[in-house]
Design a protein around this ligand. Structure first.
Ligand code: G5P
Ligand code: MG
Length: 225
């Protein structure tokens, strides 16, 4: 058990690999704080903040937001979480970002979701989200109780602009070129743990077992294996 201090974890994987879905289960089961770079950017876009205006142009093109903008944004948010165990989702996505994070915090473990690209493309066109909370649905995998409506708030769901098929291809290309080297970076640091598969429900028990050796379970959820 890592009881020494606070666990600092990162979850990586291609677009649509299930980072958000698995993070939600980790948060419910182990009580970590979850910080999703994509959710943070979308909330900035929604608020029409300066960062949001810059980020939108990149996101809509399926490209990565520049490293300096991203790093500043995430490190600022992490300051607020200093007294907590946290799980970073979607950051770092380049080796430059990983090195900047290392300078500020020691990353204890990196969960790598290795899901084939073909599986992913089908998932993203069926995704619906509740923008205010980041809750994720899928018309095939976990549909809302009422189509187009968030289960918890009754508010409308939306589809992400960058889930258009042509943008998904660009995001996968960006992952291949810029994010895959991050896996080598963490592998050489000895903190990378890879979980391979095509279904979240089959990957999740392995993630659960791995984290249960490091963290106490705070809540047995309906998705606990
Ligand atoms: P994001 O928001 O970080 P991506 O592209 O990394 O976006 P994404 O799309 O959010 O990742 P995910 O979180 O890995 O995917 O996957 P998810 O949402 O949990 O699952 C995808 C869908 O599949 C959902 O509908 C879910 O219900 C369904 N699903 C899950 N499991 C299964 C299953 O077993 N079966 C089936 N059938 N379905 C399933 O980043 C967005 C953009 O922001 C910028 C970039 O422009 C990026 O493209 N950005 C950054 N730029 C620079 N640096 C950074 N660090 C950046 N972070 C974000
Ligand atoms: Mg996500």
């Amino acid at each position: 058990m890592v009881l020494r201090t606070l666990l600092r974890a990162v979850i990586v994987g291609p677009p649509g690999s299930g980072k958000g879905t698995v993070s939600d289960r980790i948060v419910k089961t182990f009580g970590l704080k979850h910080l999703s770079s994509g959710d943070l950017l979308r909330s900035n876009i929604n608020d029409k903040s300066e960062i949001g205006l810059v980020a939108r142009a990149y996101i809509d093109q399926g490209q990565l937001v520049p490293d300096d903008v991203m790093t500043r944004l995430i490190l600022q948010e992490l300051k607020v979480l200093e007294q907590h165990c946290w799980l970073l989702d979607g950051f770092p996505r380049t080796v430059t970002q990983a090195a900047s994070l290392d300078k500020a915090y020691q990353v204890d473990t990196v969960l790598n979701l290795n899901v084939p690209f073909e599986t992913i493309k089908q998932r993203l066109t069926a995704r619906w989200i509740h923008p205010a909370s980041g809750r994720i649905y899928n018309t095939d995998f976990n549909p809302p109780k009422i189509p187009g409506i968030d289960d918890a708030t009754g508010e409308p769901l939306i589809q992400r602009e960058d889930d258009k098929p042509e943008t998904v291809i660009k995001r996968l290309q960006a992952y291949e070129a810029q994010t895959k080297p991050v896996l080598d970076y963490y592998r050489s640091n000895g903190v990378l743990e890879t979980f391979s598969g095509t279904e979240t429900n089959k990957i999740w028990p392995h993630v659960h077992a791995f984290l249960a050796c490091k963290l106490p379970v705070v809540n047995k959820t309906e998705t606990s294996p």
